[in-house]
Design a binder for this molecule. Structure first.
Ligand code: PGA
Ligand code: ZN
Length: 401
């Protein structure tokens, strides 16, 4: 039933127009396909998305070395298969095969096995008792690496607090729309566009963007009848150089930056802050978590890169209270699951996440439910983002049936 009969990999487009890969797996009675996304503000400790020679070199490793081994294997032997991917690659960071090829293969195998058992992926990975759906976390104003001319801070996010995930999805989309209307009123005659993740991009200071975001949250909350809370992904590694955090109009030492971020959390009542410090600045994470961690979710993305060892160090030091989970940062479902389990054991929340370069693949919606994640960061609008949001709506319906 779950024996792999055939497999294929091909080069496809991502939402930024770059090449990525998708993998198809066919078993005796199952079928699975998965495509890998790509980041723009990638952490330096992530596995490599593709080998130096690019996507074609990655496809050649699949054809010559992975495919012959896959045929005849049991797709339900996930740990064995993921270990085999590491073994074939033979490097510590998937630099020969490409982490994107590894993750697309790993997830396609899981989906083929789930399909052979006639189970949705969330149930196959999470077990019969998985029933909590992550809250969608949506980018409404963008800057940094995702939008030239925008804010220094990469993502101004909102998270609706309705009981039903479908209400949250529409709540976030409504807030995105309100932000768009407010921007047009505030900046008449100015060009206003959208960044890589569908968030609005405008010539605003970080503080003006925050104030506008918070007002949009308040307006949306009173219109919708449930709270819509503000959050940030600061992607601070992108502007940390020579020991300082450099914004367009100011620079901070690490100690000053802790105070700056803690001040933003207080002033704007931020529910969650991702990557507030540089990816190697564990100590400042500790200071910030000491200062505001009891009232704000502090998420490590570039800090932890879904890597169990890096999360272990963070837990020992008290460097955050949540971890972003991006399967292609680490390369296989097994590695991803080990990081999620470590987080759960230690009371860290998990936030499953898209990348800025995405495809219509909706696997992370299932993984977010399987992992019992607190939130799923996957934008508010745009086909490659709504693919995940609409799948969450379907999963909710399935869970309620
Ligand atoms: P990336 O950014 O996908 O471009 O790495 C997303 C993030 O920083 O969370
Ligand atoms: Zn991030």
């Amino acid at each position: 039933m779950t024996i792999i009969e055939n497999a294929a990999a091909r080069k496809i487009l991502d939402s930024r127009g770059n090449a990525t890969v998708e993998v198809e797996i066919l078993t005796e009675s199952g079928y699975g396909t998965a495509a890998a996304p790509s980041g723009a503000s990638t952490g330096e400790h992530e596995v490599m998305s593709f080998p130096e020679k690019g996507v074609d070199a990655s496809l050649k490793v699949f054809e010559d070395e992975v495919l012959p081994q896959l045929i005849g294997m049991d797709a339900s032997e996930q740990r064995f298969l993921d270990a085999l991917l590491h073994q074939i690659d033979g490097t510590p960071n998937f630099s020969r095969m490409g982490g994107n090829m590894a993750v697309a293969t790993s997830l396609a195998v899981a989906k083929a096995a789930a399909s052979a058992y006639s189970m949705p992926l969330y149930k196959y990975v999470g077990g019969a008792l998985s029933n909590s759906i992550p809250k969608p976390l949506a980018n409404v104003i963008g800057g940094g690496r995702h939008a030239i001319g925008g804010t220094d801070i990469q993502e101004f996010l909102v998270i609706s607090q309705a009981d039903k995930v479908s209400d949250c999805v529409f709540g976030n989309a409504r807030t995105h729309k309100i932000v768009g209307q407010m921007l047009k009123e505030k900046l008449p005659g100015h060009a206003i566009g959208k960044g890589d993740e569908g968030a609005w991009v405008a010539a605003l200071s970080n503080e003006d963007a925050l104030a506008l975001q918070v007002e949009a949250c308040d307006r949306a909350s009173s219109e919708l009848g449930f709270k819509v809370l503000p959050a940030l992904d600061m992607a601070a590694s992108e502007y940390f150089r020579e020991g300082k955090y450099h914004y367009k109009d100011k620079s901070f030492t690490p100690e000053e930056h802790v105070d700056f971020v803690a001040g933003l959390v207080e002033q704007f009542n931020l529910h969650l802050v991702e990557d507030p410090m540089d990816q190697n600045d564990y100590q400042s994470y500790v200071s910030l978590t000491d200062a505001v961690g009891s009232r704000c979710i502090i998420v490590g993305d570039d800090l932890f890169v879904t890597n169990r060892q890096r999360l272990e160090k963070g837990i020992e030091m008290g460097a955050a209270n949540a971890v972003l989970i991006k399967p292609n940062q680490i390369g296989t479902l097994t590695d991803t699951l080990e990081t999620v389990e470590l987080a759960k054991l230690n009371g860290y929340k998990t936030v499953i996440s898209h990348r800025s370069g995405e495809t219509s693949d909706d696997t992370i919606a299932h993984l977010g439910v399987a992992f019992g994640s607190y939130a799923i960061k996957t934008g508010a609008v745009g086909g490659e983002r709504t693919a995940k949001l609409n799948e969450l709506i379907r999963i909710e319906e399935d869970l309620e049936a």
